[in-house]
Ligand binder design. Structure first.
Ligand SMILES: [Cu+2]
Length: 500
């Protein structure tokens, strides 16, 4: 629509089912260089029942994307838009969220923008970056996104049944790091989804929909397989580790005691590698890491050392976490062969991606959100989630300061904010841990913790959501609408999904 004589002008905000399909080259000229690689790629995916063997020989019914668990990894270039037609062949409503994406509201997977059983929905992903001073802001280019179900009230159920997968994008900056062998090539770049699940004696997934504290499992899965091994060469690998658990926090440690070289937090590359002896990941957190197997022992394990007994969060406090007497060796690397001469060259001094720090003085609005328990369920600012209520209405182009406070008596809540990255100003009263000091899409509130952060709202009108990513808490309404608007007085843009 509108090709050649689009009604949209440079700087317009795009919203709705169709406007993003107009010719961006015409509308946004002269900023052509980074997105004129098009045309759009088109995929169809069927959300369908399938059978998966978490444990060899045990056939477990799941909900899948095209029969796969995890769903197939989407790889694309920034500036190369994709359209995915998701068909719903499942008996339940779904909504597909691309976690970490800067994408229009209609393709963000808002919880009530359902794909109804027997229907399809087209998701248009520009895979663009926000504009800053008239130029694309490559400081915001995503690397490691993931997609998962986000259906209202049914997210936990659907994701527990295996609805998740990776979406990995590169821009010219990251591709040049790969092409010059600073970062490992794609065959040594492994997305790794860690999840815990439980099975009933008949092999079906065990899930109690009445438990709204949070679901823990007793089977440890990496990419859908219980405690697998992975044969690696003696060289550097890039592992994109996702905590895909419903409620379990993980503290990861290598069995040889060597630290992780962390190169990414959540969706984005860090400015430079950060060394971490262990990594604490909440549900939905990602850790992009380099592991050098060159001098590793023949068998190396990835351990979880964190003790957690229920949906409340890790045992102990953030600063005095309880660790397991016997770590869980949920992944074994079998290291083979001679050291490889062409291993990636990344080191602690490597520059990965420019980071533009938001300035607290630019914040035009301060919003405070209290996360707490009430009437046996989960609230934000004394309210349960209402899809028709706008809880935050920032003006597009503005910067805001948000204060997230955990008033829930020791429970932990991983808070995920859609649409934009957020930058932490403080974490529990002090500076944020090193890897959290740049861009985040999911920040955990520890027991009684407080986080201050900055966000800048760009490009897209709402509605989007922010919520606890303990999926049971989210479904039991610990969620809010984030509804960016063009002007402070613009009418609400919250709309119910249409079902053509
Ligand atoms: Cu929570």
């Amino acid at each position: 629509m509108g090709i050649g004589n689009s009604p949209y002008k440079p700087g317009d905000c795009f919203h709705g089912i169709a406007p993003e399909y107009f010719d961006r080259r015409t509308a946004e000229a002269p900023h052509q260089l980074w997105y004129e690689r098009g045309p759009e790629k088109y995929y169809e995916v069927r959300m369908q029942p399938s059978v998966h063997e978490f444990i060899p020989g045990v056939k477990t019914p799941i909900f899948s994307y095209d029969g796969f668990y995890p769903g197939r990894t989407i790889r694309s270039r920034i500036g190369q838009p994709i359209v995915i037609r998701y068909w719903n062949d499942l008996p339940v409503e779904t909504s597909v969220h691309l976690h970490g994406a800067h994408t229009p509201s209609h393709s963000d997977g808002s919880p009530h923008f359902f794909v109804l059983p027997g229907r399809a929905r087209d998701y248009f992903y520009p895979l663009s970056v926000p504009m800053l001073n008239g130029q694309p802001d490559f400081a915001e280019s995503p690397s490691t996104m993931w997609y998962h179900d986000h259906g209202l009230d049914i997210t936990d159920h659907n994701v527990w049944r295996a609805m998740c997968g990776f979406c990995i994008t590169v821009d010219d900056i990251e591709q040049s790091l790969i092409d010059s062998n600073v970062l490992p090539a794609q065959q040594f770049d492994i997305p790794m989804c860690i999840q815990d699940r439980s099975l009933n004696p008949d092999g079906t997934l065990a899930f109690n929909p009445l438990d709204n504290n949070g679901h823990l499992g007793n089977i440890w899965l990496v990419n859908g397989v219980a405690q697998p091994f992975f044969k690696v060469e003696r060289r550097k690998y890039r592992l994109r580790i996702l905590n895909g658990c419903s409620a379990r926090f993980l503290e990861l440690k290598l069995s040889d005691g060597k630290p992780f070289m962390r190169i990414g937090k959540d969706t984005w590359l860090l400015p430079h590698p950060v060394e971490e002896p262990t990594m604490l990941l909440s549900p939905a957190n990602r850790a992009d890491v380099i592991i050098d197997f060159t001098d590793a022992p023949p068998e190396l394990y990835l351990h979880n050392i964190l003790s957690q007994d229920n949906g409340r969060g890790p045992n102990g406090s953030f600063t005095q976490r309880a660790h397991l007497a016997a770590p869980v060796p949920f992944m074994k690397f079998i290291v083979e062969g001679e050291p490889q001469p062409n291993s990636a060259t990344i080191n602690a001094a490597t520059t990965l991606r420019h980071h533009e720090k938001l300035n607290p003085a630019d914040a035009v609005t301060v919003r405070t959100f209290d996360f707490h328990r009430r009437n046996g369920a989960w609230q934000v600012n004394q309210q349960f989630y209402d899809p028709n209520r706008a809880d935050a209405t920032p003006t597009i182009g503005s910067t805001e300061k948000w204060i997230l406070r955990n008033n829930s008596g020791g429970w932990w809540h991983p808070i995920h904010i859609h649409l934009e990255s957020h930058q932490l100003i403080s974490f529990n009263g002090g500076p944020p841990p090193a890897a959290f000091a740049y861009k985040n899409d999911t920040t955990y509130l520890t027991g009684n913790g407080v986080v201050e952060l900055l966000m800048r709202f760009r490009t897209f009108k709402g509605p989007f959501v922010f919520h606890c990513h303990n999926n049971a808490h989210e479904d039991m309404r610990m969620m809010c609408n984030l509804d960016p608007r063009v002007t402070p007085t613009q009418a609400p843009t919250l709309v119910q999904a249409s079902f053509p």
